[in-house]
Design a protein around this ligand. Structure first.
Ligand code: FAD
Ligand code: SF4
Length: 504
């Protein structure tokens, strides 16, 4: 029974029907998996420590557990597995669906029968999603979400209608944050002996990797992850909905849950989490905007991107609708940029291995889209730097939602915006050397001219998109000199960018 770093749940399908006497549970930390990209050191610590804690719990329960740690220098999953299989003359490997199509392919090359089990911690299976998608030209998340609400009865009334008569409360959920708001802090945990040891090992073995290793405060056990969830439910969820899209300088978490890495590793269970939120709403502890907003993220978005990933892989990874080819600017790794919104999002990423959705989508993702970064480069960056990033969830979010590299399969229009959006939703512009109100010249906010340049460059690919009709109408009203200035400012900015060192 092979346990990967997204399988840390006692009820995982690969451990169901386990025979305590004859079955061996195997954990493998391999050099290859740990170096696929330049992982944030906090992410490595989180995965290794939570795997080690889970292995300990299984041992205490009386199971036979073999744990091969990174210090043993095992190179890859296949070489490690083949070695173990020989030693134990095992007849078969049982595993739950991995976090990455690449890993699945690697396991399928094993010289021994492999049983890959569905991951039933999700609300839907790959087949159910494929059935729903069958024959549809566009797979709208909102439609999928309605189907899932009906199937699960979450936030539904007795007559199978959405509670309070609406599916979606997004309109109420776009408030910029007020300066005077005070924010709850996610529950923090002191590293125990196991985590301290992992921190030292990661420090020693991955000295060049991205990110700050300390302070390390994530939960690494199911028990603590549940405490973190209960804390969120009480302290932050009531305000989660209205301020979902807000950004505030030096406030890293606002009312977000900071639970995605627990959910993705298996320390928290999406079904339990959604049921508790539904219950809190019915007990009038949480308003509908927040309960619905939160459940939609998990029952809707999380479930939907997982469905898209397994439906569209392996070709999905290579899509590049705009033919973007720029290298990722070096400051994504150093945070050294004068654009304050970018600096704040990148610095926080380096410190926390976390940033919330709007920072990912409308700041770092938006910028990469506007300047035309090669999708593969920006996808690798997201996979590396966020503690919650696993290929199945990172790829559709980055390649599809944020970079529109699938040509609109996942998103109905590109999430491209000028500085206006960032100004409206944050206080970053107040501390920036650029002026968000200026559209032209060296002092103008780069997002302003890059936004129009993006639309000009990609006109042929976007002009028939109904959701961009108004935007292209506005662009068509610009006089020639204005268009020339947009192109000039963008070319100057991009030339300066390309001259920066690419490998700090
Ligand atoms: P909250 O804002 O509190 O949301 C609650 C939960 O909803 C999250 O914990 C998460 O499990 C789920 N959720 C919300 N949005 C999404 C979404 N779009 N897709 C999947 N689940 C969602 N999320 C990941 O879990 N892993 C990733 O690798 C990842 N990469 C992303 C890359 C880009 C470019 C973008 C735009 C988004 C990405 N997301 C990813 C989605 C989202 O940004 C994170 O789930 C969220 O920021 C995690 O923080 P949180 O737990 O505080 O979430
Ligand atoms: Fe970002 Fe532009 Fe605002 Fe500066 S002015 S913080 S670059 S949006």
């Amino acid at each position: 029974r092979l346990i990967l770093w997204n399988h840390l749940s006692r009820n995982i399908s690969s451990l169901q029907d386990i025979d305590q006497k004859n079955d061996l549970i195997l954990f493998l930390e391999t050099i290859h998996e740990a170096t696929v990209v330049n992982y944030h050191v906090k992410k490595l610590v989180f995965h290794f420590s939570s795997m080690r804690h889970f292995a300990e719990e299984l041992r205490k329960e009386g199971f036979q557990v073999l744990y091969i740690g990174i210090e043993q220098g095992e190179r890859s999953l296949t070489s490690g597995l083949n070695q173990v299989l020989k030693t134990f003359s095992a007849s078969k490997v049982i595993v739950t669906l991995p976090y990455d199509y690449r890993v699945l392919e690697e396991l399928q090359k094993l010289e021994i029968p492999l049983e890959v089990r569905e991951d039933d911690r999700f609300f839907s299976t790959r087949d159910q999603f494929a059935d729903w998608a069958e024959g549809k030209k566009k797979l709208l998340m909102e439609h999928f979400y309605h189907a899932m609400r009906k199937e699960t009865f979450l936030l539904m009334d007795e007559s199978l209608q959405p509670v309070e008569g609406r599916w979606n409360f997004d309109k109420e959920n776009r408030r910029p944050s007020k300066q005077e708001n005070s924010y709850p802090v996610p529950l923090r945990f002191q590293p125990d002996t196991i985590t301290k040891k992992v921190i030292e090992e990661v420090r020693k073995r991955f000295p060049q990797n991205f990110g700050d290793i300390e302070p390390f405060w994530f939960a690494v056990t199911e028990k603590d992850a549940e405490k973190a969830f209960d804390h969120f439910l009480k302290e932050a969820l009531p305000f989660f909905g209205p301020y979902q899209d807000a950004m505030v300088q030096d406030e890293h978490f606002l009312y977000h849950s900071v639970l995605s890495h627990y959910l993705n590793a298996g320390l928290l269970h999406p079904k339990v989490v959604c049921q508790k939120v539904d219950q809190a709403y019915r007990q009038k502890k949480v308003p509908i905007q927040s309960a619905e907003g939160f459940i939609r993220q998990i029952l809707g978005w999380r479930e939907y991107v997982k469905g898209v990933y397994w439906l569209k892989m392996p070709s999905y990874r290579h899509l590049n609708y705009f033919g973007a080819h720029r290298k990722l600017p070096w400051f994504y790794w150093t945070a050294e940029t004068e654009m304050n919104c970018m600096h704040q999002a990148l610095l926080q990423t380096k410190q926390e291995a976390y940033s919330h959705h709007i920072q990912r989508l409308m700041v770092t993702g938006n910028f990469a889209l506007l300047i035309g970064v090669l999708p593969e480069e920006i996808c690798d960056w997201y996979l590396a730097v966020y503690v919650d990033a696993h290929d199945w969830v990172e790829l559709p979010n980055t390649l599809g939602m944020s970079q529109f590299a699938d040509g609109g399969f996942l998103a109905t229009k590109p999430y491209a915006s000028s500085g206006k959006y960032i100004h409206k939703m944050s206080n970053f512009c107040e501390g920036c050397v650029y002026d968000v109100r200026q559209n032209e010249g060296e002092n103008a906010c780069p997002f302003n001219y890059l936004y129009w340049d993006f639309l000009i460059r990609n006109r042929e690919k976007l002009k028939h998109n109904q959701r961009l009709a108004m935007v292209y109408k506005t662009l068509d009203s610009f006089v020639d000199s204005k268009i020339k200035k947009i192109k000039f400012d963008s070319a100057r900015f991009l030339q300066q960018l390309d001259q920066l060192p690419s490998d700090p």
